[in-house]
Design a protein around this ligand. Structure first.
Ligand code: MG
Length: 382
Protein backbone atom coordinates (compact mmCIF):
# COMPACT_ATOMS: atom_id res chain seq x y z
CA UNK A 1 0.00 0.00 0.00
CA UNK A 2 1.49 3.34 -1.05
CA UNK A 3 0.43 6.32 1.06
CA UNK A 4 0.00 9.47 -0.97
CA UNK A 5 -0.14 13.15 -0.01
CA UNK A 6 -2.00 15.21 -2.58
CA UNK A 7 -1.11 18.90 -2.39
CA UNK A 8 -3.93 20.64 -4.23
CA UNK A 9 -6.45 17.80 -4.05
CA UNK A 10 -9.44 19.90 -5.15
CA UNK A 11 -7.92 21.03 -8.47
CA UNK A 12 -8.04 19.26 -11.80
CA UNK A 13 -4.94 17.07 -11.22
CA UNK A 14 -5.90 16.45 -7.58
CA UNK A 15 -9.40 15.19 -8.35
CA UNK A 16 -8.10 12.95 -11.15
CA UNK A 17 -5.46 11.57 -8.76
CA UNK A 18 -8.30 10.67 -6.40
CA UNK A 19 -10.02 8.89 -9.32
CA UNK A 20 -6.87 6.75 -9.63
CA UNK A 21 -6.84 6.05 -5.89
CA UNK A 22 -10.52 5.11 -6.05
CA UNK A 23 -9.84 2.76 -8.99
CA UNK A 24 -6.87 1.12 -7.20
CA UNK A 25 -8.03 1.25 -3.59
CA UNK A 26 -6.02 -1.94 -2.89
CA UNK A 27 -2.74 -0.20 -3.88
CA UNK A 28 -3.04 3.45 -2.90
CA UNK A 29 -4.25 5.40 0.08
CA UNK A 30 -5.00 9.14 0.18
CA UNK A 31 -3.04 9.92 3.36
CA UNK A 32 -3.08 13.72 3.19
CA UNK A 33 -5.34 16.09 1.24
CA UNK A 34 -4.73 19.81 0.98
CA UNK A 35 -6.48 22.75 -0.65
CA UNK A 36 -6.05 26.49 -0.68
CA UNK A 37 -9.61 27.86 -0.62
CA UNK A 38 -11.98 25.11 -1.84
CA UNK A 39 -13.52 24.31 1.53
CA UNK A 40 -16.63 22.43 0.42
CA UNK A 41 -14.79 20.18 -2.01
CA UNK A 42 -12.02 19.43 0.49
CA UNK A 43 -14.60 18.43 3.11
CA UNK A 44 -16.41 16.22 0.62
CA UNK A 45 -13.14 14.51 -0.37
CA UNK A 46 -12.13 14.03 3.26
CA UNK A 47 -15.49 12.41 4.06
CA UNK A 48 -15.07 9.98 1.17
CA UNK A 49 -11.36 9.09 1.48
CA UNK A 50 -10.86 9.39 5.28
CA UNK A 51 -7.27 10.69 5.05
CA UNK A 52 -5.04 10.84 8.12
CA UNK A 53 -4.65 14.59 7.72
CA UNK A 54 -6.22 17.53 5.90
CA UNK A 55 -4.73 21.00 5.40
CA UNK A 56 -6.52 24.16 4.35
CA UNK A 57 -3.77 26.57 3.31
CA UNK A 58 -5.88 29.69 3.74
CA UNK A 59 -6.11 29.74 7.53
CA UNK A 60 -9.33 31.80 7.52
CA UNK A 61 -11.18 28.63 6.54
CA UNK A 62 -9.67 26.44 9.28
CA UNK A 63 -12.63 26.66 11.72
CA UNK A 64 -15.10 25.72 8.98
CA UNK A 65 -13.10 22.66 7.93
CA UNK A 66 -12.53 21.58 11.57
CA UNK A 67 -16.24 21.88 12.35
CA UNK A 68 -17.29 19.92 9.29
CA UNK A 69 -14.93 17.01 10.05
CA UNK A 70 -15.10 16.89 13.85
CA UNK A 71 -17.04 13.60 13.85
CA UNK A 72 -14.14 11.87 12.03
CA UNK A 73 -10.65 10.98 13.35
CA UNK A 74 -8.94 13.30 10.82
CA UNK A 75 -6.25 15.78 11.84
CA UNK A 76 -7.04 19.21 10.42
CA UNK A 77 -4.41 21.94 10.05
CA UNK A 78 -4.35 25.39 8.48
CA UNK A 79 -1.75 27.67 6.91
CA UNK A 80 0.98 27.45 4.30
CA UNK A 81 3.55 26.26 6.87
CA UNK A 82 1.35 23.23 7.65
CA UNK A 83 1.86 22.03 4.07
CA UNK A 84 5.60 21.78 4.72
CA UNK A 85 5.01 19.95 8.02
CA UNK A 86 2.56 17.47 6.55
CA UNK A 87 4.75 16.34 3.64
CA UNK A 88 7.43 15.35 6.18
CA UNK A 89 5.11 12.86 7.98
CA UNK A 90 6.92 9.54 8.18
CA UNK A 91 4.16 7.32 6.74
CA UNK A 92 3.95 9.19 3.43
CA UNK A 93 5.54 7.48 0.40
CA UNK A 94 4.61 9.84 -2.45
CA UNK A 95 3.89 13.57 -2.53
CA UNK A 96 1.87 14.73 -5.53
CA UNK A 97 2.52 18.46 -5.98
CA UNK A 98 -0.63 19.58 -7.76
CA UNK A 99 -1.08 23.08 -6.39
CA UNK A 100 -0.87 26.10 -8.67
CA UNK A 101 2.13 28.39 -9.07
CA UNK A 102 4.98 29.56 -6.85
CA UNK A 103 3.22 28.31 -3.69
CA UNK A 104 4.48 24.84 -4.63
CA UNK A 105 8.13 25.70 -4.07
CA UNK A 106 8.54 25.42 -0.29
CA UNK A 107 6.41 22.28 0.25
CA UNK A 108 8.27 20.59 -2.63
CA UNK A 109 11.62 21.41 -1.00
CA UNK A 110 10.32 20.05 2.34
CA UNK A 111 9.21 16.81 0.63
CA UNK A 112 12.57 16.39 -1.15
CA UNK A 113 14.45 16.89 2.13
CA UNK A 114 12.18 14.28 3.74
CA UNK A 115 13.10 11.89 0.88
CA UNK A 116 9.54 11.44 -0.34
CA UNK A 117 9.07 10.41 -3.96
CA UNK A 118 7.85 13.53 -5.75
CA UNK A 119 5.10 13.18 -8.36
CA UNK A 120 5.63 16.62 -9.85
CA UNK A 121 2.60 18.35 -11.32
CA UNK A 122 3.55 21.86 -10.15
CA UNK A 123 5.83 22.84 -13.05
CA UNK A 124 6.35 26.36 -11.66
CA UNK A 125 8.61 24.81 -8.99
CA UNK A 126 11.13 23.75 -11.65
CA UNK A 127 10.64 26.92 -13.69
CA UNK A 128 11.43 29.15 -10.73
CA UNK A 129 14.11 27.12 -8.99
CA UNK A 130 15.12 24.23 -11.26
CA UNK A 131 18.79 24.41 -10.32
CA UNK A 132 18.10 24.37 -6.59
CA UNK A 133 15.45 21.65 -6.82
CA UNK A 134 17.52 19.28 -8.97
CA UNK A 135 20.57 19.80 -6.72
CA UNK A 136 18.49 19.01 -3.62
CA UNK A 137 16.93 15.95 -5.28
CA UNK A 138 20.44 14.66 -6.03
CA UNK A 139 21.71 15.45 -2.56
CA UNK A 140 18.80 13.66 -0.85
CA UNK A 141 18.50 10.96 -3.55
CA UNK A 142 14.85 11.81 -3.97
CA UNK A 143 13.21 10.74 -7.23
CA UNK A 144 11.21 13.40 -9.09
CA UNK A 145 8.67 11.74 -11.39
CA UNK A 146 6.91 13.95 -13.93
CA UNK A 147 3.12 14.17 -14.00
CA UNK A 148 2.92 16.73 -16.83
CA UNK A 149 1.72 14.65 -19.83
CA UNK A 150 4.58 15.72 -22.11
CA UNK A 151 7.26 15.00 -19.53
CA UNK A 152 5.63 11.70 -18.62
CA UNK A 153 5.75 10.84 -22.34
CA UNK A 154 9.47 11.71 -22.44
CA UNK A 155 10.06 9.77 -19.22
CA UNK A 156 8.19 6.74 -20.61
CA UNK A 157 10.21 6.99 -23.85
CA UNK A 158 13.43 6.93 -21.79
CA UNK A 159 12.73 3.48 -20.32
CA UNK A 160 15.91 1.43 -20.84
CA UNK A 161 17.82 4.43 -22.24
CA UNK A 162 20.52 6.64 -20.79
CA UNK A 163 20.13 10.42 -20.57
CA UNK A 164 23.54 10.80 -22.30
CA UNK A 165 22.17 9.38 -25.53
CA UNK A 166 19.43 12.05 -25.90
CA UNK A 167 20.14 14.46 -28.75
CA UNK A 168 16.77 16.21 -28.97
CA UNK A 169 13.38 16.40 -27.34
CA UNK A 170 10.27 16.93 -29.42
CA UNK A 171 7.89 18.71 -27.08
CA UNK A 172 4.39 18.65 -28.52
CA UNK A 173 1.77 21.37 -28.00
CA UNK A 174 -1.86 21.53 -29.02
CA UNK A 175 -1.39 25.21 -29.94
CA UNK A 176 -4.33 26.21 -27.79
CA UNK A 177 -7.57 27.91 -28.84
CA UNK A 178 -5.86 30.79 -30.71
CA UNK A 179 -3.53 28.71 -32.88
CA UNK A 180 -4.93 30.17 -36.11
CA UNK A 181 -5.90 33.66 -34.88
CA UNK A 182 -4.39 36.76 -36.49
CA UNK A 183 -2.63 39.33 -34.25
CA UNK A 184 -5.67 41.64 -34.75
CA UNK A 185 -8.07 38.92 -33.60
CA UNK A 186 -5.85 38.20 -30.60
CA UNK A 187 -6.20 41.84 -29.43
CA UNK A 188 -9.88 41.23 -28.70
CA UNK A 189 -10.12 37.67 -27.36
CA UNK A 190 -11.78 37.20 -23.98
CA UNK A 191 -10.94 35.03 -20.99
CA UNK A 192 -14.04 32.92 -21.72
CA UNK A 193 -12.67 32.13 -25.21
CA UNK A 194 -9.22 31.36 -23.81
CA UNK A 195 -10.70 29.02 -21.21
CA UNK A 196 -12.12 26.73 -23.92
CA UNK A 197 -9.15 24.44 -24.51
CA UNK A 198 -9.58 22.20 -27.57
CA UNK A 199 -8.22 18.93 -26.12
CA UNK A 200 -7.40 18.99 -22.43
CA UNK A 201 -9.50 19.61 -19.33
CA UNK A 202 -7.40 21.70 -16.96
CA UNK A 203 -7.58 24.37 -14.29
CA UNK A 204 -8.11 28.03 -15.21
CA UNK A 205 -4.52 29.25 -14.70
CA UNK A 206 -2.91 26.59 -16.87
CA UNK A 207 -5.61 26.89 -19.54
CA UNK A 208 -4.75 30.59 -19.99
CA UNK A 209 -1.03 29.65 -19.98
CA UNK A 210 -1.84 27.19 -22.78
CA UNK A 211 -3.60 29.89 -24.80
CA UNK A 212 -0.54 32.19 -24.56
CA UNK A 213 1.81 29.18 -24.94
CA UNK A 214 3.60 30.25 -21.74
CA UNK A 215 2.66 26.77 -20.55
CA UNK A 216 4.77 25.26 -23.34
CA UNK A 217 7.60 27.63 -22.55
CA UNK A 218 7.47 26.57 -18.90
CA UNK A 219 7.39 22.93 -20.02
CA UNK A 220 10.55 23.55 -22.04
CA UNK A 221 12.26 24.80 -18.85
CA UNK A 222 10.79 21.88 -16.90
CA UNK A 223 12.22 19.42 -19.49
CA UNK A 224 15.60 21.13 -19.34
CA UNK A 225 15.87 20.40 -15.61
CA UNK A 226 14.20 16.98 -15.56
CA UNK A 227 16.22 15.50 -18.42
CA UNK A 228 19.45 17.54 -18.31
CA UNK A 229 19.18 18.95 -21.84
CA UNK A 230 19.81 22.45 -23.18
CA UNK A 231 16.90 24.66 -24.32
CA UNK A 232 18.35 24.53 -27.85
CA UNK A 233 17.81 20.75 -27.79
CA UNK A 234 14.09 21.14 -27.11
CA UNK A 235 11.95 21.62 -30.22
CA UNK A 236 8.34 22.62 -29.71
CA UNK A 237 6.06 21.04 -32.32
CA UNK A 238 2.45 22.17 -32.66
CA UNK A 239 0.39 18.98 -32.87
CA UNK A 240 -3.30 19.86 -32.81
CA UNK A 241 -4.55 16.27 -32.29
CA UNK A 242 -2.68 15.88 -28.93
CA UNK A 243 -2.03 12.17 -29.59
CA UNK A 244 1.78 12.15 -29.67
CA UNK A 245 2.43 13.37 -26.13
CA UNK A 246 6.13 14.11 -26.85
CA UNK A 247 9.16 12.26 -28.20
CA UNK A 248 12.88 11.76 -27.70
CA UNK A 249 15.50 11.58 -30.43
CA UNK A 250 18.64 9.58 -29.61
CA UNK A 251 22.21 9.88 -30.92
CA UNK A 252 21.65 7.19 -33.56
CA UNK A 253 18.65 9.08 -35.01
CA UNK A 254 16.10 6.76 -33.46
CA UNK A 255 13.00 8.50 -32.09
CA UNK A 256 10.74 7.13 -29.36
CA UNK A 257 7.40 8.69 -28.53
CA UNK A 258 4.49 7.93 -26.25
CA UNK A 259 1.02 8.14 -27.75
CA UNK A 260 -2.48 7.95 -26.35
CA UNK A 261 -5.80 9.73 -26.00
CA UNK A 262 -5.50 12.99 -24.03
CA UNK A 263 -6.20 11.79 -20.47
CA UNK A 264 -4.21 13.13 -17.51
CA UNK A 265 -5.04 10.06 -15.42
CA UNK A 266 -2.36 8.00 -17.23
CA UNK A 267 0.61 10.27 -16.37
CA UNK A 268 -0.69 10.63 -12.80
CA UNK A 269 -1.04 6.88 -12.40
CA UNK A 270 2.33 6.19 -14.03
CA UNK A 271 4.05 8.45 -11.50
CA UNK A 272 2.30 6.49 -8.71
CA UNK A 273 2.98 3.01 -10.12
CA UNK A 274 6.48 3.50 -11.62
CA UNK A 275 8.35 1.31 -12.47
CA UNK A 276 5.23 -0.88 -12.84
CA UNK A 277 2.22 -0.24 -15.05
CA UNK A 278 -1.29 -0.80 -13.76
CA UNK A 279 -4.53 -1.27 -15.71
CA UNK A 280 -6.53 1.91 -16.27
CA UNK A 281 -10.11 2.26 -17.44
CA UNK A 282 -11.03 4.67 -20.21
CA UNK A 283 -10.94 5.30 -23.91
CA UNK A 284 -8.23 3.64 -26.04
CA UNK A 285 -6.29 5.22 -28.89
CA UNK A 286 -7.84 4.46 -32.29
CA UNK A 287 -5.36 5.50 -34.98
CA UNK A 288 -7.86 4.63 -37.74
CA UNK A 289 -10.29 7.10 -36.22
CA UNK A 290 -7.53 9.71 -35.82
CA UNK A 291 -6.69 9.26 -39.51
CA UNK A 292 -3.78 11.67 -39.84
CA UNK A 293 -1.55 13.50 -37.39
CA UNK A 294 -0.33 17.03 -38.06
CA UNK A 295 2.78 18.94 -36.96
CA UNK A 296 3.59 22.65 -37.40
CA UNK A 297 6.33 25.02 -36.30
CA UNK A 298 5.21 27.38 -33.53
CA UNK A 299 4.90 31.10 -34.36
CA UNK A 300 7.22 32.77 -31.86
CA UNK A 301 6.02 36.23 -32.92
CA UNK A 302 2.32 35.73 -32.29
CA UNK A 303 3.11 33.66 -29.19
CA UNK A 304 5.81 35.81 -27.64
CA UNK A 305 5.38 34.02 -24.28
CA UNK A 306 7.08 31.00 -25.83
CA UNK A 307 10.03 33.18 -26.88
CA UNK A 308 10.02 34.79 -23.41
CA UNK A 309 10.54 31.38 -21.82
CA UNK A 310 13.50 30.59 -24.10
CA UNK A 311 14.97 34.05 -23.38
CA UNK A 312 14.52 33.54 -19.61
CA UNK A 313 16.11 30.09 -19.71
CA UNK A 314 19.01 31.51 -21.69
CA UNK A 315 19.51 34.40 -19.23
CA UNK A 316 19.30 32.08 -16.19
CA UNK A 317 19.69 33.43 -12.63
CA UNK A 318 16.40 34.63 -11.20
CA UNK A 319 14.98 35.52 -14.67
CA UNK A 320 12.68 32.45 -14.89
CA UNK A 321 11.44 33.36 -11.39
CA UNK A 322 10.78 36.94 -12.57
CA UNK A 323 8.86 35.65 -15.58
CA UNK A 324 6.85 33.22 -13.48
CA UNK A 325 5.81 35.85 -10.93
CA UNK A 326 4.89 38.37 -13.65
CA UNK A 327 2.95 35.67 -15.47
CA UNK A 328 0.96 34.73 -12.35
CA UNK A 329 -0.10 38.38 -11.99
CA UNK A 330 -1.03 38.99 -15.63
CA UNK A 331 -2.68 35.59 -16.04
CA UNK A 332 -5.07 36.46 -13.19
CA UNK A 333 -5.53 40.05 -14.41
CA UNK A 334 -6.56 38.73 -17.84
CA UNK A 335 -9.04 36.28 -16.28
CA UNK A 336 -10.49 39.22 -14.32
CA UNK A 337 -10.89 41.23 -17.54
CA UNK A 338 -8.40 43.91 -16.37
CA UNK A 339 -5.97 43.55 -19.30
CA UNK A 340 -6.10 42.36 -22.91
CA UNK A 341 -4.65 39.08 -24.17
CA UNK A 342 -1.58 40.66 -25.86
CA UNK A 343 -0.95 42.68 -22.65
CA UNK A 344 0.06 39.38 -21.03
CA UNK A 345 3.30 39.10 -23.02
CA UNK A 346 3.83 42.90 -23.13
CA UNK A 347 3.70 43.29 -19.35
CA UNK A 348 5.94 40.27 -18.79
CA UNK A 349 8.51 41.79 -21.21
CA UNK A 350 8.34 45.10 -19.34
CA UNK A 351 8.83 43.31 -16.01
CA UNK A 352 11.85 41.41 -17.39
CA UNK A 353 13.44 44.73 -18.35
CA UNK A 354 12.74 46.48 -15.03
CA UNK A 355 12.97 43.83 -12.29
CA UNK A 356 16.23 43.32 -10.44
CA UNK A 357 18.32 40.60 -12.09
CA UNK A 358 20.39 38.32 -9.86
CA UNK A 359 22.88 35.91 -11.41
CA UNK A 360 23.25 33.37 -8.62
CA UNK A 361 20.00 33.18 -6.67
CA UNK A 362 19.36 31.32 -3.41
CA UNK A 363 16.03 30.23 -1.96
CA UNK A 364 15.78 33.64 -0.22
CA UNK A 365 16.39 35.38 -3.55
CA UNK A 366 13.52 33.45 -5.11
CA UNK A 367 11.16 34.36 -2.27
CA UNK A 368 12.18 38.04 -2.46
CA UNK A 369 12.07 38.14 -6.27
CA UNK A 370 8.61 36.58 -6.30
CA UNK A 371 7.20 39.14 -3.85
CA UNK A 372 8.91 42.17 -5.46
CA UNK A 373 7.96 41.22 -9.02
CA UNK A 374 4.30 40.69 -8.08
CA UNK A 375 4.19 44.27 -6.76
CA UNK A 376 6.05 45.61 -9.82
CA UNK A 377 3.85 43.91 -12.42
CA UNK A 378 0.69 44.79 -10.49
CA UNK A 379 1.78 48.46 -10.52
CA UNK A 380 1.68 48.44 -14.36
CA UNK A 381 -1.96 47.38 -14.33
CA UNK A 382 -3.40 49.98 -11.96
MG1 MG B 1 1.56 19.61 -20.21
Amino acid sequence: MKKIAILGSTGSIGTQALDIIREHADQYEAYALTAHNSVAKLIEQAREFHPEVVVIANEDHLPAVRDALNDLPIKVFGGAEALCDVVRMSDIDIVLTAMVGFSGLRPTIAAIEAKKTIALANKETLVVAGELITALAQQYRTPILPVDSEHSAIFQSLGGESLDSITRIILTASGGPFRNFTPEEMEHVTAAQALKHPNWEMGAKITIDSATMMNKGFEMIEAKWLFGVKPSQIDVHIHPESIVHSAVEFCDGGVKAQLGVPDMRLPIQYAFSFPERLPLSGERLDLFKAGSLHFERPDFKRFDCLQIAYDAAERGGNMPCIVNAANEVVNLAFRQGRISFPDIARLIRRTMAEAEFITTPTLETYLETDAAVRRLTESYIH
